[in-house]
Write a protein that binds this ligand. Structure first.
Ligand code: 3HC
Length: 698
């Protein structure tokens, strides 16, 4: 008996319990243990049925991702599952927590499946740049039909136990523990002499799509609509298609070959990197041992504008009640109304009930004034992005908030130390920088001030995770990690306009790279007037953008910016007026237009950002290069299959990045483009950002 798979025989039933913390991944030991246990119980004449269940907080979370890319050790998962499938006694998967990837594939290889109410089941392999590689692409369509199967596999999103029951993925939802539920179910199977059901032999749910292929192709087209270059999505949809016309065993061989091919490819490598980067970012490097987050049961959010409303929705979505505070009734009602409309629109789009909407709305209360913040464990300030206004709010909060409350600012640029210093409790002050739209974007920069207490920092990370955000701890500087690099990108994009490139060319290069939108379309979305006003305050100019603003072109909100927008549409359309404005600028300045290649545009945009990332790393604003990648992946839509800017740089080679920057710096006479000292050092010694360890190398 393997240490991680235990067999207990009770009254004719074999209970196989996998115990491989933290998430029961299918490591080599688990595969061996399962294989051995199935062999044993198959031969044991006392055993009449088998239940596979897990100890700890979850059923099997999938293959052990840490083993990927390392030399393979048998048995492979497909063979273990075939063994389960071929077992001559009924095998029941008893699921709690999640059954993901290889975990769901094991369950699909069992003859019956039961799950607890809160369980979730899915095949998220595409998120790692893979497809299900142990029969999932063939057994899931046989369990739920090819349309739902392709939706689940290509989106990678799990479904609830109730949805699984509805679709035929599981046979029963149980109250109480999965193991007890599984045991009861097994005894019923035996008592009622229900025959073994092997999905591999059951094509009943494939028949409709076999007769009318468009049922499947329409489903594929729908799920692949937004694919921006992810090869796993296409491969996964193809593989599900084989269930319609390729014999089961041959399809399994094909699936396994494609799985191995994807695993050795660049995209999956980057996506696996991103998986671990995301988890690492939640680990605070120098947190004293034993630091516990403060308890947060009540939350107040100051400001019912776009950000405050989005943040309130994020809390409500996670079931955390919030009070939204505004200066007066009118803006409060306006903010609450927008929240209601947002929820109603989501419900209409996704077929959710009115109860779904009211459940969330009931968690968001409104109040005028700051007084209601007095009982909150966490206060998030999301008022106008001006230091004077923020300082005023924090001075008032200092008088009002209960001792030990965490006071957070949602500033995107401002000095959190200065904000903390406005209070007599800077140790309780932290930045929680959400990204717009805050109810959608997953990133939350956790900004640590010089005086922020360790348990307040831990609270920031814990609360972000609790509401489903990806936290990344950053230090104080203008724009923190994300916006600081974004400003560098903006400056380079502006420069390109003055060399003969049009906004649509820059944006096309960036979207082809995989970002959801280019820098100019993004400016139009955010509103050009914001930057224009702040430039005026600082006495700065930006020739083309200022001219657009002077012409009343503030972006999407005025239907015109760098692009024009048709009524009710958010699609940017190139505009000859803008082209004329840019060409006139060239003429006025006596500039000679030059043809700039797409490759040059990409390098000129990305390399300076990477250089800024290196400075951020060197200054200790980010603790790890991968934290910077996490900021860009989850805050700005950096394509996941390119890992993040620092990962991308490591893949290209830092010597090339440094050399190109030196060249451009000389041409432009721009010292800010010179490779930072860290980049130069790593480049000249053939190292990578990933290898840089601040505590060791600094
Ligand atoms: N393999 C190895 N380690 C894993 C893992 C896996 N499949 N899943 C999670 N872990 C590790 C994490 O890295 C983390 O380690 P750390 O503490 O050292 O950082 C730890 O388990 C806890 O993970 P989380 O912090 O993510 O814990 P949560 O409770 O928030 O989430 C989870 C748990 C929902 C299981 C989430 O970890 C998850 O989604 N895991 C990945 C699931 C997945 O992608 N499965 C498919 C794998 S590929 C596959 O199965 C191929 C097959 O088709 C052949």
């Amino acid at each position: 008996m393997s240490g991680v798979v235990k067999t207990e025989i009770r009254d004719g039933l074999a209970i196989l319990t996998i115990d491989n913390p933290p998430v029961n991944a299918l490591s080599i030991d688990v595969r061996r243990g399962l294989s051995q246990a199935i062999e044993n119980v198959s031969e044991d004449t006392q055993v009449r049925a088998v239940v596979i269940t897990c100890a700890g907080c979850t059923f099997i979370s999938g293959a052990d991702i840490r083993e990927f890319g390392k030399p393979f050790q048998p048995p492979n998962l497909t063979d273990v599952i075939s063994q389960i499938d071929g077992c001559n006694k009924p095998v029941i998967a008893a699921i709690h927590g999640v059954a993901l990837g290889g975990g769901l594939e094991v369950a699909l290889g069992c003859h019956f499946r039961i799950a607890t109410k809160d369980a979730k089941l899915g095949l998220p392999e595409v998120k790692l740049g893979l497809l299900p590689g142990a029969g999932g692409t063939q057994r899931l369509p046989r369990a739920v039909g090819p349309e739902l199967a392709v939706r689940m596999i290509v989106s990678g999103e799990p479904i609830s136990a109730a949805a699984a029951l509805n679709s035929g993925l599981i046979d029963e939802v149980v109250d109480g523990s999965a193991a007890t539920g599984g045991e009861t179910f097994a005894r019923t199977i035996l008592a009622e002499e229900i025959p073994i059901r092997r999905l591999r032999d059951d094509d009943s749910k494939l028949l409709a799509a076999r007769n009318n292929r468009t049922i499947f192709t329409d489903a594929v087209a729908a799920v692949n609509k937004k694919n921006r270059g992810l090869e796993a999505l296409v491969a996964a949809a193809d593989a599900v298609g084989w269930s319609l016309d390729v014999p089961f065993d041959e399809a399994l061989t094909r699936e396994s070959n494609v799985f191995l091919k994807l695993m050795s490819g660049d995209q999956s490598k980057a996506q696996r990197y991103a998986f671990f980067a995301e988890r690492d970012a939640a680990k605070i490097v120098d947190l004293p041992a034993g630091t516990e987050p403060r308890r947060v049961a009540t939350v107040a959010i100051i400001g019912a504008g776009t950000m405050g409303g989005g943040i309130a929705m994020s809390f409500a979505n996670a079931g955390v009640p919030v009070t939204l505070l505004e200066l007066a009734q009118e803006p409060l009602d306006h903010g609450l109304n927008i929240i209601r409309k947002n929820y109603e629109a989501t419900a209409a789009r996704s077929g959710l009930s009115a109860d779904w909407v009211s459940e969330r709305l009931n968690l968001i209360n409104g109040a005028v004034g700051l007084a209601e913040a007095k009982d909150a464990d966490l206060v998030v300030e999301a008022v106008y992005e001006t230091m004077v206004v923020k300082l005023d709010v924090f001075k008032k909060l200092d008088q009002l908030a209960k001792p030990g409350a965490v006071l957070a600012t949602n500033t995107s640029f401002l000095d959190v130390n200065k904000i903390g210093a406005a209070t007599k409790r800077p140790q309780d002050v932290i930045g929680l920088h959400f990204f717009s739209p805050a109810n959608v974007m997953r990133l939350c920069e956790i900004v640590r001030g010089y005086k922020t207490a360790p348990d307040v920092l831990a609270t920031g990370v814990a609360i972000a995770r609790r509401i489903g955000k990806v936290p990344a701890v950053v230090g104080v500087c203008h724009g923190f990690v994300g916006n600081r690099m974004l400003m560098v990108r903006g400056k380079q994009a502006d420069k390109l306009l003055l060399e003969g490139v049009l906004p649509q060319q820059v944006d096309a290069v960036i979207t082809k790279f995989g970002m959801p939108m280019g820098p100019f379309a993004m400016l139009d979305l955010a509103g050009l007037d914001i930057g224009w006003r702040s430039r005026k305050d600082r006495g700065e100019t930006s020739e083309i953008e200022d001219a657009l603003c002077e012409a009343g072109r503030f972006g999407q909100k005025t239907g015109k910016g760098y692009y024009r927008y048709e009524q009710g549409s958010r699609s940017p359309l190139p505009d000859t007026d803008v082209e004329n404005l840019i060409t006139n600028t060239w003429a006025r300045r006596g500039l000679k237009r030059r043809a700039v290649s797409d490759d040059e545009i990409l390098d000129r945009i990305l390399y300076p950002m990477i250089n800024e990332g290196a400075r951020i790393l060197e200054e200790g604003i980010a603790a790890r290069a991968s934290d910077i990648d996490v900021v860009w992946l989850y805050g700005y839509g950096w394509p996941i299959h390119r890992g993040g800017p620092m990962y991308y740089a490591d893949e290209i080679g830092l010597a090339q990045v440094a050399e190109r920057l030196s060249y451009q710096s000389a041409i432009d006479g721009d010292a800010s483009l010179r490779p930072s000292s860290l980049l130069s050092r790593l480049a000249s010694s053939g190292q990578t950002f990933a290898s840089f360890n601040r505590s060791r190398d600094h």
